[in-house]
Design a protein around this ligand. Structure first.
Ligand SMILES: Cc1cc2nc3c(=O)[nH]c(=O)nc-3n(C[C@H](O)[C@H](O)[C@H](O)COP(=O)(O)O)c2cc1C
Length: 193
């Protein structure tokens, strides 16, 4: 690989990273092929993972499954003591806004450090997914679960006890632009001696 090739590869990565935007303005009726969703999950599992614990767990919701996901998350909110009718109603319907929701969990580990590092690995994996989605023109949105460790939602997803939901990733074909990207200026300390 010559210097020129390295430059080109860096430019591609740099552009992709900057192009990715949180966006949910999508065609909710246009399906995303299952093969594409699988490929995105495959990208996630190439994230770095200390101790090779392979902590990522995936559950994919499409069609009426999205309604079940909303109803189950609402059940967990209620089980957790929420009486906020507005919030509960919103959660019931929110997954219908996109054709696909991928719930990504991080498996538990007895060792507290590895437990946290599992979460880090899963978060890195989610970013891989989002970049992959961007590369093929899919809009994506990383959202927080209404209840990260709700028993009903974990059961529905087929995740083992103690799993934490790290992200609910919305995917769909974009019909509109997201807000422009924005980041503060980089600050980094270099210690040389
Ligand atoms: C762990 C995590 C959880 C997030 N949860 C939410 C969420 O629940 N709702 C939301 O609107 N955005 C959520 N986001 C997305 C951020 O709001 C978004 O990345 C931020 O606004 C910057 O926009 P950009 O991704 O287009 O640069 C989450 C992002 C991360 C990393």
């Amino acid at each position: 690989m010559n210097e020129n090739t390295v430059d080109v590869r860096f430019d591609v990565v740099s552009e992709l990273v900057r192009e990715r935007r949180t966006n949910m303005i999508v065609d909710r009726d246009r399906e995303v092929p299952e093969s594409v969703i699988r490929e995105l999950c495959e990208l996630a599992i190439w994230a770095p993972n200390h101790k090779r614990t392979w902590p990522w767990r995936f559950a994919v919701f499409t069609g009426a499954g999205r309604e079940r996901l909303g109803a189950t998350c609402a059940d967990d909110l209620i089980a957790g003591g929420s009486a906020d009718e507005g919030k509960i109603a919103k959660v019931r319907g929110k997954y219908l806004r996109v054709p696909v929701v991928v719930v990504i969990g991080s498996a538990p580990d007895e060792h507290p450090t590895f437990h946290d590092e599992n979460r880090d690995a899963v978060a890195a994996g989610i970013q891989n997914m989002l970049l992959g989605a961007t590369a093929i023109g899919l809009a994506s949105f990383w959202s927080t679960a209404p209840v990260a460790d709700g028993v009903a939602t974990l059961n529905l997803c087929g995740f083992e006890d103690g799993t934490r939901i790290i992200g609910m990733v919305y995917l769909g074909w974009p019909t509109g632009d997201a807000f422009p990207g924005q980041r503060p200026e980089l600050e980094a300390k270099f210690v040389r001696d």
